[in-house]
Design a protein around this ligand. Structure first.
Ligand code: NDP
Length: 282
Protein backbone atom coordinates (compact mmCIF):
# COMPACT_ATOMS: atom_id res chain seq x y z
CA UNK A 1 0.00 0.00 0.00
CA UNK A 2 1.33 3.47 -0.81
CA UNK A 3 2.21 5.68 2.14
CA UNK A 4 -0.40 8.22 3.19
CA UNK A 5 1.09 11.69 3.48
CA UNK A 6 -1.11 13.34 6.07
CA UNK A 7 -2.14 16.83 5.02
CA UNK A 8 -2.39 18.72 8.32
CA UNK A 9 -3.13 21.94 6.52
CA UNK A 10 -6.23 20.46 4.92
CA UNK A 11 -7.50 18.99 8.20
CA UNK A 12 -6.86 22.28 9.98
CA UNK A 13 -8.79 24.12 7.26
CA UNK A 14 -11.75 21.82 7.76
CA UNK A 15 -11.64 22.28 11.54
CA UNK A 16 -11.45 26.05 11.11
CA UNK A 17 -14.56 25.97 8.90
CA UNK A 18 -16.38 24.02 11.64
CA UNK A 19 -15.17 26.47 14.28
CA UNK A 20 -16.23 29.45 12.17
CA UNK A 21 -19.78 28.10 12.32
CA UNK A 22 -19.54 27.74 16.09
CA UNK A 23 -18.40 31.36 16.34
CA UNK A 24 -21.36 32.45 14.17
CA UNK A 25 -23.72 30.58 16.51
CA UNK A 26 -22.13 32.21 19.55
CA UNK A 27 -22.48 35.62 17.93
CA UNK A 28 -26.23 35.01 17.61
CA UNK A 29 -26.23 34.67 21.40
CA UNK A 30 -24.29 37.93 21.72
CA UNK A 31 -20.97 36.24 22.53
CA UNK A 32 -17.80 37.00 20.55
CA UNK A 33 -14.84 34.86 21.67
CA UNK A 34 -11.79 36.95 22.48
CA UNK A 35 -8.17 35.88 22.87
CA UNK A 36 -5.41 37.93 24.51
CA UNK A 37 -1.87 37.08 23.43
CA UNK A 38 1.13 38.40 25.36
CA UNK A 39 4.39 38.70 23.45
CA UNK A 40 7.58 39.65 25.28
CA UNK A 41 10.96 40.41 23.70
CA UNK A 42 12.36 40.09 20.22
CA UNK A 43 12.37 36.34 19.50
CA UNK A 44 11.72 36.22 15.71
CA UNK A 45 10.02 32.79 15.82
CA UNK A 46 7.71 33.97 18.62
CA UNK A 47 6.73 36.99 16.53
CA UNK A 48 5.84 34.75 13.57
CA UNK A 49 3.83 32.36 15.79
CA UNK A 50 1.89 35.26 17.29
CA UNK A 51 1.15 36.70 13.84
CA UNK A 52 -0.09 33.32 12.63
CA UNK A 53 -2.33 32.96 15.69
CA UNK A 54 -3.73 36.44 15.15
CA UNK A 55 -4.44 35.69 11.48
CA UNK A 56 -6.15 32.39 12.31
CA UNK A 57 -8.39 34.12 14.88
CA UNK A 58 -9.39 36.74 12.33
CA UNK A 59 -10.20 34.07 9.74
CA UNK A 60 -12.88 32.51 11.94
CA UNK A 61 -14.20 35.58 13.72
CA UNK A 62 -12.41 35.39 17.09
CA UNK A 63 -11.24 38.78 18.34
CA UNK A 64 -7.52 38.65 19.10
CA UNK A 65 -5.60 41.30 20.97
CA UNK A 66 -1.81 41.19 21.08
CA UNK A 67 -0.01 42.86 24.01
CA UNK A 68 3.60 43.45 23.09
CA UNK A 69 6.38 44.19 25.58
CA UNK A 70 9.99 45.05 24.80
CA UNK A 71 12.67 42.96 26.51
CA UNK A 72 13.21 45.68 29.13
CA UNK A 73 9.76 45.29 30.65
CA UNK A 74 9.69 44.26 34.32
CA UNK A 75 7.91 41.11 35.44
CA UNK A 76 5.48 43.07 37.64
CA UNK A 77 4.03 44.74 34.53
CA UNK A 78 3.35 41.41 32.85
CA UNK A 79 1.72 40.08 36.03
CA UNK A 80 -0.43 43.24 36.32
CA UNK A 81 -1.59 42.83 32.72
CA UNK A 82 -2.55 39.19 33.36
CA UNK A 83 -4.37 40.27 36.55
CA UNK A 84 -6.36 42.79 34.49
CA UNK A 85 -7.09 40.31 31.68
CA UNK A 86 -8.22 37.69 34.23
CA UNK A 87 -10.86 40.13 35.50
CA UNK A 88 -11.96 41.31 32.04
CA UNK A 89 -15.21 39.44 31.33
CA UNK A 90 -14.87 39.94 27.56
CA UNK A 91 -11.57 38.05 27.40
CA UNK A 92 -12.03 34.26 27.15
CA UNK A 93 -8.48 33.11 26.51
CA UNK A 94 -5.06 34.35 27.63
CA UNK A 95 -1.78 33.02 26.35
CA UNK A 96 1.80 34.03 26.97
CA UNK A 97 3.98 33.21 23.97
CA UNK A 98 6.90 31.05 25.14
CA UNK A 99 9.81 31.01 25.53
CA UNK A 100 10.05 34.19 27.59
CA UNK A 101 13.42 35.94 27.81
CA UNK A 102 15.55 34.22 30.48
CA UNK A 103 15.20 36.90 33.20
CA UNK A 104 11.49 36.14 33.68
CA UNK A 105 10.00 33.52 35.97
CA UNK A 106 7.91 31.63 33.40
CA UNK A 107 6.28 29.38 36.01
CA UNK A 108 5.09 32.34 38.07
CA UNK A 109 3.72 34.12 34.99
CA UNK A 110 1.84 31.05 33.69
CA UNK A 111 0.48 30.32 37.18
CA UNK A 112 -1.00 33.82 37.27
CA UNK A 113 -3.36 33.06 34.33
CA UNK A 114 -6.92 32.22 35.37
CA UNK A 115 -7.14 28.44 34.67
CA UNK A 116 -10.52 29.00 32.97
CA UNK A 117 -8.76 31.25 30.44
CA UNK A 118 -5.61 29.12 30.08
CA UNK A 119 -6.19 28.07 26.46
CA UNK A 120 -2.65 26.72 26.07
CA UNK A 121 -3.39 24.31 28.97
CA UNK A 122 -0.11 25.07 30.75
CA UNK A 123 -1.50 26.03 34.18
CA UNK A 124 -0.83 23.37 36.85
CA UNK A 125 -4.56 23.07 37.58
CA UNK A 126 -5.30 22.23 33.94
CA UNK A 127 -2.30 19.92 33.64
CA UNK A 128 -3.49 18.13 36.81
CA UNK A 129 -7.01 17.80 35.46
CA UNK A 130 -5.65 16.38 32.19
CA UNK A 131 -3.52 13.91 34.12
CA UNK A 132 -6.44 12.78 36.27
CA UNK A 133 -8.74 12.33 33.30
CA UNK A 134 -11.18 15.26 33.73
CA UNK A 135 -9.65 17.82 31.39
CA UNK A 136 -10.85 21.38 30.97
CA UNK A 137 -8.65 22.02 27.93
CA UNK A 138 -6.32 19.83 25.89
CA UNK A 139 -2.85 21.26 25.19
CA UNK A 140 -2.74 22.39 21.57
CA UNK A 141 0.04 20.34 19.96
CA UNK A 142 -0.84 16.98 21.57
CA UNK A 143 -4.52 17.68 20.82
CA UNK A 144 -3.57 18.39 17.20
CA UNK A 145 -1.78 15.04 17.01
CA UNK A 146 -4.74 13.16 18.49
CA UNK A 147 -7.04 14.94 16.04
CA UNK A 148 -4.79 14.01 13.07
CA UNK A 149 -5.01 10.37 14.12
CA UNK A 150 -8.75 10.31 14.71
CA UNK A 151 -9.66 12.26 11.56
CA UNK A 152 -7.62 9.78 9.51
CA UNK A 153 -9.35 6.90 11.26
CA UNK A 154 -6.02 5.73 12.70
CA UNK A 155 -6.99 3.94 15.90
CA UNK A 156 -4.67 4.18 18.87
CA UNK A 157 -6.37 1.92 21.43
CA UNK A 158 -4.16 -1.09 22.08
CA UNK A 159 -1.35 0.29 19.90
CA UNK A 160 2.24 0.89 20.97
CA UNK A 161 3.04 4.59 20.84
CA UNK A 162 6.64 5.70 21.22
CA UNK A 163 7.11 9.42 21.82
CA UNK A 164 10.62 10.84 21.52
CA UNK A 165 10.85 14.08 23.53
CA UNK A 166 9.44 14.64 27.03
CA UNK A 167 8.74 18.37 27.18
CA UNK A 168 5.80 19.73 29.18
CA UNK A 169 4.44 21.20 25.95
CA UNK A 170 4.41 18.11 23.73
CA UNK A 171 5.80 14.77 24.92
CA UNK A 172 4.52 14.51 28.48
CA UNK A 173 0.93 15.67 27.89
CA UNK A 174 0.71 13.55 24.72
CA UNK A 175 1.83 10.52 26.76
CA UNK A 176 -1.01 11.17 29.22
CA UNK A 177 -3.62 11.73 26.50
CA UNK A 178 -2.56 8.64 24.55
CA UNK A 179 -2.53 6.54 27.74
CA UNK A 180 -6.03 7.78 28.57
CA UNK A 181 -7.01 6.74 25.02
CA UNK A 182 -5.73 3.19 25.70
CA UNK A 183 -2.40 3.27 23.85
CA UNK A 184 0.64 1.68 25.48
CA UNK A 185 3.13 4.52 25.68
CA UNK A 186 6.91 4.72 25.83
CA UNK A 187 8.25 8.21 26.51
CA UNK A 188 11.85 8.53 25.34
CA UNK A 189 14.34 11.39 25.74
CA UNK A 190 18.02 12.25 25.40
CA UNK A 191 19.06 9.83 28.18
CA UNK A 192 17.10 6.90 26.73
CA UNK A 193 19.29 3.88 26.00
CA UNK A 194 18.82 1.86 22.80
CA UNK A 195 16.49 4.46 21.26
CA UNK A 196 16.42 2.64 17.92
CA UNK A 197 15.24 -0.58 19.55
CA UNK A 198 12.46 1.27 21.34
CA UNK A 199 11.37 3.16 18.23
CA UNK A 200 11.13 -0.10 16.30
CA UNK A 201 8.48 -1.16 18.80
CA UNK A 202 6.20 1.69 17.73
CA UNK A 203 2.98 1.28 15.82
CA UNK A 204 2.79 5.05 16.19
CA UNK A 205 6.08 6.94 16.42
CA UNK A 206 6.02 10.61 17.43
CA UNK A 207 9.15 12.73 17.38
CA UNK A 208 9.27 16.07 19.21
CA UNK A 209 12.94 16.78 19.80
CA UNK A 210 14.03 19.64 17.56
CA UNK A 211 16.87 17.47 16.21
CA UNK A 212 17.10 17.32 12.42
CA UNK A 213 17.24 13.78 11.02
CA UNK A 214 17.08 12.07 14.43
CA UNK A 215 14.49 9.57 13.22
CA UNK A 216 16.05 7.44 10.50
CA UNK A 217 14.43 4.76 8.36
CA UNK A 218 16.11 1.91 10.28
CA UNK A 219 14.36 3.11 13.46
CA UNK A 220 10.90 2.74 11.95
CA UNK A 221 8.84 -0.45 11.84
CA UNK A 222 7.39 -1.35 8.43
CA UNK A 223 3.82 0.00 8.30
CA UNK A 224 4.16 2.37 11.28
CA UNK A 225 2.45 5.74 11.59
CA UNK A 226 5.03 8.52 11.94
CA UNK A 227 4.19 11.94 13.38
CA UNK A 228 6.88 14.61 13.07
CA UNK A 229 6.44 17.52 15.48
CA UNK A 230 9.91 19.04 14.99
CA UNK A 231 10.28 22.54 13.58
CA UNK A 232 13.89 23.02 12.55
CA UNK A 233 15.80 24.94 9.93
CA UNK A 234 18.55 23.13 8.04
CA UNK A 235 21.84 24.71 6.91
CA UNK A 236 20.22 26.18 3.81
CA UNK A 237 17.46 27.73 5.92
CA UNK A 238 14.79 25.24 4.83
CA UNK A 239 12.07 24.30 7.33
CA UNK A 240 12.41 20.63 8.24
CA UNK A 241 11.27 18.18 10.91
CA UNK A 242 13.02 15.57 13.08
CA UNK A 243 12.34 12.74 10.67
CA UNK A 244 14.33 11.75 7.58
CA UNK A 245 11.12 12.15 5.60
CA UNK A 246 12.23 10.87 2.18
CA UNK A 247 13.56 7.54 3.49
CA UNK A 248 11.07 7.02 6.31
CA UNK A 249 8.07 7.49 4.03
CA UNK A 250 9.08 4.36 2.14
CA UNK A 251 8.50 2.29 5.30
CA UNK A 252 5.63 4.11 6.98
CA UNK A 253 1.93 3.48 6.49
CA UNK A 254 1.22 7.18 7.14
CA UNK A 255 3.46 10.15 7.87
CA UNK A 256 3.10 13.88 8.59
CA UNK A 257 5.30 16.26 6.59
CA UNK A 258 7.06 19.38 7.85
CA UNK A 259 5.79 21.93 7.03
CA UNK A 260 2.09 21.18 6.63
CA UNK A 261 1.65 18.44 9.24
CA UNK A 262 1.32 19.06 12.97
CA UNK A 263 2.00 22.83 12.85
CA UNK A 264 -1.33 23.98 11.37
CA UNK A 265 -3.19 21.63 13.72
CA UNK A 266 -1.65 23.28 16.79
CA UNK A 267 -3.20 26.62 15.86
CA UNK A 268 -6.56 25.03 15.04
CA UNK A 269 -6.62 23.51 18.54
CA UNK A 270 -5.87 26.90 20.10
CA UNK A 271 -8.93 28.31 18.33
CA UNK A 272 -10.97 25.34 19.55
CA UNK A 273 -9.89 25.96 23.16
CA UNK A 274 -10.71 29.66 22.92
CA UNK A 275 -14.23 28.87 21.69
CA UNK A 276 -14.63 26.29 24.46
CA UNK A 277 -13.61 28.91 27.03
CA UNK A 278 -16.19 31.31 25.58
CA UNK A 279 -18.91 28.64 25.70
CA UNK A 280 -18.03 27.65 29.27
CA UNK A 281 -18.41 31.28 30.26
CA UNK A 282 -22.02 31.68 29.00
P1 NDP B 1 12.24 20.78 24.14
O1 NDP B 1 13.57 21.29 23.72
O2 NDP B 1 11.55 21.34 25.33
O3 NDP B 1 12.35 19.19 24.35
C1 NDP B 1 13.06 18.39 23.46
C2 NDP B 1 12.97 16.97 23.94
O4 NDP B 1 13.70 16.16 23.03
C3 NDP B 1 13.61 16.72 25.31
O5 NDP B 1 12.79 15.87 26.08
C4 NDP B 1 14.94 16.08 25.00
O6 NDP B 1 15.39 15.18 25.99
C5 NDP B 1 14.59 15.31 23.74
N1 NDP B 1 15.77 15.06 22.92
C6 NDP B 1 16.68 15.94 22.46
N2 NDP B 1 17.64 15.33 21.77
C7 NDP B 1 17.35 14.01 21.78
C8 NDP B 1 17.97 12.87 21.25
N3 NDP B 1 19.11 12.95 20.56
N4 NDP B 1 17.40 11.67 21.47
C9 NDP B 1 16.24 11.59 22.15
N5 NDP B 1 15.60 12.63 22.69
C10 NDP B 1 16.15 13.82 22.51
O7 NDP B 1 11.34 20.90 22.84
P2 NDP B 1 9.75 21.04 22.58
O8 NDP B 1 9.02 19.83 23.05
O9 NDP B 1 9.27 22.36 22.99
O10 NDP B 1 9.78 21.01 20.99
C11 NDP B 1 10.32 19.93 20.28
C12 NDP B 1 10.29 20.25 18.80
O11 NDP B 1 8.94 20.40 18.40
C13 NDP B 1 10.97 21.56 18.41
O12 NDP B 1 11.51 21.43 17.12
C14 NDP B 1 9.83 22.56 18.39
O13 NDP B 1 10.09 23.67 17.54
C15 NDP B 1 8.73 21.70 17.85
N6 NDP B 1 7.39 22.12 18.22
C16 NDP B 1 6.47 22.12 17.22
C17 NDP B 1 5.18 22.46 17.47
C18 NDP B 1 4.21 22.39 16.36
O14 NDP B 1 3.13 22.95 16.47
N7 NDP B 1 4.52 21.71 15.26
C19 NDP B 1 4.74 22.90 18.80
C20 NDP B 1 5.77 22.78 19.82
C21 NDP B 1 7.04 22.41 19.51
P3 NDP B 1 15.79 15.66 27.49
O15 NDP B 1 14.48 15.92 28.17
O16 NDP B 1 16.50 14.52 28.06
O17 NDP B 1 16.59 16.91 27.34
Amino acid sequence: MPVKIIDGKRIAKKIKAELKNEVLNLKKKGVIPELAVILVGENPSSKIYVKNKEKACQEIGIISKVYTFGKNVVQKDILSLIFRLNRDKKINGILVQLPLPKKFDTKRIINMIDPEKDVDCFHPENVGRLFLGFPRFFPCTPAGIMEILSRNNLKIAGKNMVIVGRSNVVGKPLAVMATNADATVTLAHSKTKKLKEKCLWADILVSATGKIGLIKADMVKQGAIVIDVGINYNKSGKLTGDVDFERVKRKAMAITPVPGGVGPMTIAMLLKNTIKAAKDNI
